[in-house]
Ligand binder design. Sequence first.
Ligand SMILES: [Fe+2]
Length: 195
Amino acid sequence: MFDQLFKKKDNTSSHHSRPAMSEVEINANKALIRHLLKSTNRAGMEKVLEYLDAKDFYAAPSSSHRHHNWRGGLAQHSIDVFKTALSFDDALPADSVIITGLLHDIYKAGKYFIDSTGVIRKRSDHPKGHGRRSILLLQELGLTLTEDERLAIRWHAGGNSASEEDAADVEKARLSPLWKAINRADTLNSKQHLG
Ligand SMILES: [Fe+2]
């Protein structure tokens, strides 16, 4: 399954913001994400898939002024993080890389909208802290996560600004090869697609 993925055009090469993706590209990403998430057979995944549909995850931008600030950018970034993390460490369990790569930013869906003039804007009422909120959301939806997966999503941005009471959790994350791969892939891919 993965061989085929890596044969596709590599979208991780360095370039800056780009025009909105076509419907065909967005639908292809949607089909790929749904296929991969379903392939994990993880308890609770159906509800997560329903949420992604309801929030228009596949067409959402990832930001207004930072990385992947175009229609479909969030799904593209999520796929790129999954692929890049897997290429860093192919000894990791595939289902864990799929779940953490594709869902680490799930809470960003619904954070931005495209106004009538085509400008991406942030919803002022969308709460901050998407690492923590992505985990809370996945737990709320009833997705079963391993401890390594929880740590990788919770601290995917690095945990440098974590509070003192979270310091031990961050330390634990940093010992996890899954966290290392997701953190490195996310950092790299975010920098490559700055708006
Ligand atoms: Fe990310």
